[in-house]
Design a protein around this ligand. Sequence first.
Ligand code: ZN
Length: 137
Amino acid sequence: MRELDDDEVLAVLAHETGHQHHRHVMRSVLQGSAVALAAALVTGDVGSAGAVAIAVPTFLLDQHYSRAFEAQADEFAFDSLERAGVSPRRLADAMRKIDAAGAKRRDGQALGYLQSHPSSAARIARAIERAEAFERN
Ligand SMILES: [Zn+2]
């Protein structure tokens, strides 16, 4: 993949920090467990209670964030970047490069990242929107 420059790496790290700030890992685990628990209650299958215990490590191995969590981590990243004097555009640039690398299916790291942090036209559009407001000032 075309390497990310310093500001693009900063943008990706700011996004990661956003997940930590909002405790998305723990919230995703709890949501996964709640689904398994609800299934056990509905089916009356006591064996399904074991699914609660299984859901947690499975989630940790195959972690992916919801669209809402991605958006929340992005907003955190935009705020952090702006405070550092860096345009939110740099997160859009980083996402485009990671997407391009993933599309070629050669860069294992990019693919892993895309699986846990699904990119989307909406995320890039929002980054550009924030960038245009920031760059006007
Ligand atoms: Zn993410």
